[in-house]
Design a protein around this ligand. Sequence first.
Ligand SMILES: [Zn+2]
Ligand SMILES: [Zn+2]
Length: 148
Amino acid sequence: MNSSENNIINTISNQQKGKIYNILKCHLCSKILYQPITLHCQETFCKPCLKIYTMKTSKQDCPKCHKPAFYQPINNFKLWDLINKLFPDVVKAREEEIKKSTPKLSQIEEIKEEIIKNNWREIINKKTNNNTTSTHLLDNQIFIEQLF
Ligand SMILES: [Zn+2]
Ligand SMILES: [Zn+2]
């Protein structure tokens, strides 16, 4: 963000900030977007929220409109920069909160391992049964890898 953009931000009143905050809320946690990720349906979510949603549901769709999210999610850096400038205290508080609630690395590894195992099961089933059911689990792992 350049200095003229910073100047514009300094002129925004608290009341206006409140309105912006409401627009920039995550559909999953109802808080200000944290490390926003935009899916190809143009919906934007917090990266940690999307990660948890994908792991919990094993689905690779948009949590709001449920359109499949086949493509690489995009880190919305411009929006994240803006949120950091507008709401630095909220971002800091959220950061602390996420640090406490995020599963430890070992837990993440366990989940990833489970996903990989399931993928293999899926692939083996597909090969042995000549079953054309979706290989969405494999795609799902790739999707989660991108989020990490
Ligand atoms: Zn969220
Ligand atoms: Zn969507």
